[in-house]
Design a protein around this ligand. Structure first.
Ligand code: 4AD
Ligand code: MG
Length: 435
């Protein structure tokens, strides 16, 4: 219909008074009066208010027909108006309905009614301003992870999703029927393959799904999550923590500078994010247990930290905090024992502040063949399942470290969300695999 080029709405909002422009998008809000109709149109870049007046009969009729979420093309002139969102309004000359929407199931009252309903219609809720803002922050988070690792000389690699052994313990493995030939699982972590790859590339990273058969429903567990993992030859725990710190600071500062508008729309307190600067406090596991006991937790040395404990610990800090030196039995078999205290490991978790808790797990790996074999047996595992992994210790073994960052938990914290499901476009948990 329209001979002039379509503009992004964000671009249209900065047009001159009286300028003729065309936009296209979806009807976000509609208010009807006797002689005028206001349509707020949204596209991926923003929203603009359009006014159709009765004196333009044809455009007015189309505006009357246009339902919420109909896709439309609009042409008209820009008028500055401080009352309109974005400070200007589009006076409609022509309006074309491209796809007339049936009555949209997500109404204002439905949004308040139940989040289960919004999960059932996630394929439609995705269009909301809230989800759009979260997805834009998520995009910035993923891009800044790539930028960071590239700038530090890491190669991006890809690991398989079908695997034959557990990385993080058998309890949360998803079994897959693989032609009835042998037991195959969905990967819990790409770590072991990254460990292979450091023998050619030295520093590697990947961003990929990981799968955990998490049977409990919590605010921070998904069955399928996006895992950013890195592994580096010759790196020790101290260097690893510095790398993690720099990564998190890079991501947060990029989001703060590029996504201020989205964080505002989400009602995020950005002051809390502005405090995220190196160095992060480091707390020994032993001290963490003492603090928790003082706070009245019924916890003993040797117990793992759950979400309540992590929440309580992070409340004392404004920045993310490292907890290092977990006891052997709290961590998977591959963690290297501390030579000066073999009952603890050279491991560290990074906990996000404001109660969010663990976003990163990592540490030094066992590089000695015999120590690794002993650990595998001690954990009740079968060395046969780890043959190729053991080979890495047979052929030019090297000290090395790595970590895994849960990107969905990171987005949850950065956006200040109540539930991890909001941080992912199509969340999967024990109850949800649709849409
Ligand atoms: O602490 P985890 O289990 O560590 C590993 O998988 C290591 N193999 C990673 C490595 O060293 N390469 O998981 C790492 C992170 C956690 O800190 C958390 O942020 C996230 O992955 N994560 C989950 N996120 C959402 N849902 C789940 N069920 C998650 N399980 C772990
Ligand atoms: Mg962990």
């Amino acid at each position: 219909m329209i001979p002039i080029e379509f503009r992004a709405i964000s671009d249209a909002l900065s047009s001159e008074e009286g300028e003729r422009i065309a936009i296209r998008g979806w009807v976000y809000r509609k208010r009807e009066f006797k002689d005028k109709i206001f349509l707020v149109i949204r596209d991926s870049s923003g929203i603009i208010q359009c006014l159709a007046r009765k004196d333009n009969q044809k455009a007015f009729e189309e505006a009357r027909k246009a339902t919420i979420e109909s896709s439309v093309e609009v042409e008209g002139c820009i008028k500055k108006d401080p009352r309109a969102p974005g400070g200007c309004e589009l006076k409609v000359d022509e309006l074309k309905i491209v796809g007339l929407a049936a009555p949209f199931p997500i109404t204002k009252s439905a949004v308040d009614a139940s989040s289960d309903f919004l999960l059932d219609v996630r394929h439609l809720w995705i269009r909301s301003r809230r989800m759009t803002a979260i997805l834009k922050v998520r995009d910035t988070v993923f891009r800044s992870i790539h930028d960071f690792f590239r700038s530090r000389g890491f190669y991006e690699v890809q690991a398989p999703m079908f695997v034959t052994a557990a990385v993080e313990g058998g309890a949360s493995l998803f079994k897959v029927d693989y032609f009835g030939r042998r037991d195959v699982y969905l990967t819990q972590s790409s770590q072991f393959y990254l460990e292979v790859l450091i023998y050619s590339l030295e520093r590697v990273y990947t961003i990929a799904p990981s799968f955990r058969a998490e049977k409990s429903r919590t605010r921070r567990h998904l069955t399928e999550f996006w895992h950013a993992e890195a592994e580096a030859a010759w790196m020790d725990l101290n260097e690893l923590m510095r790398l993690e710190e720099d990564l998190i600071c890079h991501i947060v500062s990029t989001v703060l500078s590029e996504r201020a508008e989205e964080l505002g729309l989400l009602g995020r307190n950005v002051k809390a994010l502005e405090l995220v600067e190196p160095p992060f406090p480091r707390l020994a596991y032993d001290e963490a247990i003492e603090i928790l006991q003082e706070k009245g937790f019924d916890i003993q040395w040797g117990d793992d930290l759950g979400s309540d404990e992590e929440r309580a610990l992070t409340m004392d800090f404004e920045k993310p905090v490292f907890i290092y030196g977990y006891p052997e039995k709290c961590k998977a078999f591959y963690h290297k024992p501390d030579p000066s205290r073999p009952e603890i490991t050279l491991s560290a978790d990074l906990l996000a502040p404001e109660g969010y808790g663990e976003i990163i797990g990592g540490g030094e790996r066992i590089e000695n063949l015999d120590v690794l074999l002993d650990k595998i047996k001690k954990f009740g595992l079968d060395p046969k399942d780890y043959e190729w992994y053991l080979d890495l210790r047979r052929y030019g073994t090297v000290p090395h470290s790595g970590f895994g960052l849960g990107t969905d938990r990171l987005v949850m914290w950065i956006c200040g969300l109540q539930h991890i499901r909001e941080a992912v476009p199509f969340p999967r948990d024990i109850r949800k695999v649709y849409p």
